[in-house]
Design a protein around this ligand. Structure first.
Ligand SMILES: [Zn+2]
Length: 323
């Protein structure tokens, strides 16, 4: 009898742990763009005055990533590190000290559609000039570069030259598969906070989470349609006030949907990420759309939901300028 009971317990444990393992078969790498702090919503002098805010918001982000065991990569705009002064460098050192990764996101976050190949290469080199030594001090190397707004080259010559240049300098291009337009929500949110518009702040936070849920499902579906399975996802968030306030809930959404957090390197080691990217485009589509094109899979981009109009309207004119 006793043996039976023990056996029953063992079987129960086995069932629970195997279903947990099954439930966690989806993976996602969280990435945070525009570190040390998104400058978008602020005029220049106001941005610099936000150094203290930038520090405390980054501390909140890091606390949440630690608590949820998410190995995050932050993409740094070196020009903004310099603008924030000692606070900028202190923020990056904290990311490194706590075991997180830093990647290069150019020096000044330009739209590369407007630059020559030489100008872009200069942006890439100067973009790595601060984080390179910081990572080296910690015995680590910078492996990833992400193009601002995912603009990867609007002419064949630019596209091909940049692929070669990144490889030559030891950079892997960081892709992204889920985008929740968080920078539009943040632009509106920052305005609300300045106006002390509490009812709308609350509504925006709810709408942001609802939209994030919709986008996660949309992109998971899109990528499954392209490959026949769900490759690891790469989520792009921005280093901003909204995410400092909401990151706990955003991470919880992924957990509720049975995602396990993995590093960007792990996510991009999946064969899906070896799909060639030959798309020469002025726009910065997420990779699901590019992969669909490469593999000849017809997808309907018009099925993707836009952020709520009242949020974009509140954010205007800022939402016109992408991050
Ligand atoms: Zn960016």
């Amino acid at each position: 009898m006793r043996t039976l009971r023990i056996l029953a317990v063992i079987i129960a444990i086995a069932v629970v742990s195997s279903s947990a393992a099954f439930g966690q078969s989806r993976t996602v790498a969280i990435t945070v763009d525009d570190a040390p702090y998104a400058a978008g919503p602020y005029p220049h002098d106001e941005y610099v005055a936000h150094a203290g805010r930038a520090k405390s918001d980054n501390a909140r982000l890091l606390r949440a990533f630690k608590a949820h065991q998410a190995p995050v990569t932050a993409f740094v705009v070196q020009g903004n590190v310099e603008l924030l002064g000692p606070a900028g460098t202190a923020i990056l050192k904290n990311w490194i000290k706590q075991g997180f990764d830093l990647g290069n996101h150019t020096y000044s976050h330009p739209d590369i559609n407007n630059l020559s190949i030489e100008q872009i290469e200069d942006e890439i080199l100067r973009g790595g000039s601060g984080i390179g030594p910081l990572m080296q001090e910690a015995g680590r190397t910078t492996r990833f570069f992400r193009f601002p707004m995912d603009h990867t080259g609007d002419t064949q010559a630019k596209h091909d030259a940049l692929v070669a240049f990144l490889a030559q300098h030891g950079y892997q291009s960081a892709l992204c598969t889920i985008d929740s337009s968080d920078y539009i929500f943040n632009a509106a949110y920052v305005k609300m906070l300045a106006k002390k518009d509490a009812p709308n702040e609350e509504k925006l936070r709810d709408d942001y989470l609802a939209y994030t849920r919709v986008e996660i499902d949309y992109y998971a579906g899109l990528n499954k349609q392209v490959f026949g399975y769900e490759p690891p996802e790469v989520m792009v968030l921005h280093d901003n006030r909204l995410n400092a306030d909401m990151v706990e809930q955003v991470l919880a959404i992924f957990e509720q949907k049975n995602y396990k957090f993995v590093s960007l390197e792990t996510a991009q080691s999946d064969p899906a990420y070896q799909t060639p990217d030959t798309d020469v485009t002025r726009f910065g589509p997420t990779w699901g759309y590019r992969w669909a094109l490469e593999r000849g899979v017809k997808v309907k981009g018009s099925l993707e939901t836009e952020p709520p109009k009242w949020v974009s309207d509140y954010a205007m004119p800022y939402s016109e300028s992408p991050e």
